[in-house]
Every structure is written in C-alpha cells, then in structure tokens.
Design a protein around this ligand. Structure first.
Ligand code: SF4
Length: 250
C-alpha cells in the first residue's frame, strides 16, 4: 500500500512510513521512574549498549537505590565506567538520589504523573545531570507513560533535516516543537513509538555524516535541511572533477 507523504510535518505519515521500514515499536518493559531517570543520566552522550550494561552493573551493586545516595563517587565511577563522563555522573547520581528524597520525603517520582508535562520536565531538570533528554525519557519511557518526546542526538538530527524543528534549536526547543506537531490524540505510547522509529532511522539511514537519502522512505517530502549534496551521494557520483566520476557512488 502506498503511503502518501506530502509534508514532513505530517507526523502520522512520518510514523507510518518509518513503521513500514522498522516495524511497530512497542515497549515490552518499562522501568519505574527513578530507575529510568538513572538509566537516562547514564545514557547521556553514551551508546545504548554501554549505558544499559552500566545500569545493570549499578543495579547489581545497589539493589536499593537509596544506598546509591550514600555511595562514594569513586565507588560509583568504578561500577559505571566506561560511560561517557563517568566521573561526573558518579558524582551526580548520589546527589540526585539524595535530592529526590529530600524534596519528596521518599525516593519516588510517581507524583509527576499528576503534574503538567512542562512542569514535570522543569522539576526534573533542576536535578543534577538532568537535561531535557533525561527528563523526557523519565516521563515518557518509564511507567509514568507521559506525553513527552525524547529527543536524543539521532531524533534531533532527523527532525532538523526534515524541517520539523529549528535548524539551530536545542533539544528543549525540539521537544516542544515536535509536541506542537503531534496530534492531540497521541498519547505517551504514540510519542514513544515515534521516538524509537526516528532514532532507528537516524542510526541507520539518516546518519550524521552520510545520510542515505536515496534509500530513505521520507525522501519525497524531506527538505534535507543542512544536508550537503555531497552527503546525499548525488553530486559526488557525477562530479567531473573527481577521478572516478564515471562510477556512481553506492
Ligand atoms: S531524505 Fe535524507 S536527510 Fe531527509 S530524512 Fe531521509 S536520509 Fe535524512
């Protein structure tokens, strides 16, 4: 079945086209909000597989997160290394745990389900090491299942190239801009699926250095903001100044 895509801002069509490539994305398991927050902080500028491995080691070392709040930074760093900025995150995580307990009287974040998303985001971003990405991941990907959009580096790049977000905008603005385009009927699950689809697209097709536009399911409507002709792989293939110009680039 042909899925028509007239504008990249048509998020249901973007979702459907990417779903046709990567399949439906459904969460099999959701972490509790505190665990998801810790997982998200570990994941800042870190590959998923590295962050997940560090999270599993951290959980094994501190089966009760309250104990993480009492841990020495050096001990935490040994457990979470080699995540990016391990020393910094090892200092932030115990403070983060203690701050939640101090502010809430308990180590829980379930109350955020009853707050407006923008206020819940702001509350989380006052914790050490928590930016828009980690805050949105806590609200959207955990059992809170709130209507937030996780904008990591891959999603941010795809959204910018599609013209969904401002070219120079940061992740916080991108979060708000994508939410503004999302249909009102979309719940947290729908936004989580869009995140996973756009991330998979950014990791495989719309990569940082070499977007495979000729293979892209969104190419008809994509304005390719910031993508050079060289990156698209068209001019390079036929540029007469290149020694192997007669050989199309694959
Ligand atoms: S057409 Fe190119 S720039 Fe646009 S989404 Fe596809 S791969 Fe990315």
């Amino acid at each position: 079945m042909l899925i028509r895509l007239a504008l990249p801002s048509d998020l249901p069509q973007v979702r459907d086209r990417l779903r046709a490539v990567f399949g439906p994305q459904r969460a099999d398991h959701r972490l509790d909000p505190v665990s998801q927050l810790i997982r998200a902080v570990l994941g800042v500028r870190t590959y998923d597989e590295v962050a997940w491995a560090a999270f599993i080691r951290l959980r094994a070392a501190y089966p009760n997160w309250t104990a993480l709040g009492e841990a020495e930074a050096d001990a935490v760093e040994q457990v979470i290394d080699p995540v990016t900025f391990a020393d910094q995150k090892a200092r932030q995580l115990p403070v983060l745990v203690r701050m939640i307990r101090l502010k809430r009287g308990d180590l829980e974040l379930d109350f955020l389900a009853h707050e407006p998303v923008d206020e819940a985001m702001a509350w989380l971003m006052r914790l050490p090491g928590v930016g828009p990405h980690a805050a949105a991941a806590t609200l959207n990907l955990s059992t809170l299942d709130q209507r937030a959009m996780v904008v990591d580096a891959h999603v941010n790049r795809v959204a910018r190239r599609l013209g969904l977000t401002a070219r120079q905008g940061d992740a916080a603005h991108a979060h708000d801009e994508i939410l503004d385009l999302a249909p009102d009927a979309w719940d947290g699950e729908a936004l989580a699926e869009l995140h996973h689809l756009m991330k998979a697209h950014g990791q495989s097709i719309c990569s940082h250095l070499d977007p495979a536009c000729t293979l892209c399911a969104l190419r008809e409507a994509c304005p390719r903001v910031g993508v050079t002709r060289d990156q698209e792989g068209e001019v390079v293939a036929f540029a007469p100044s290149l020694p192997d110009a007669s050989q199309p680039r694959v």
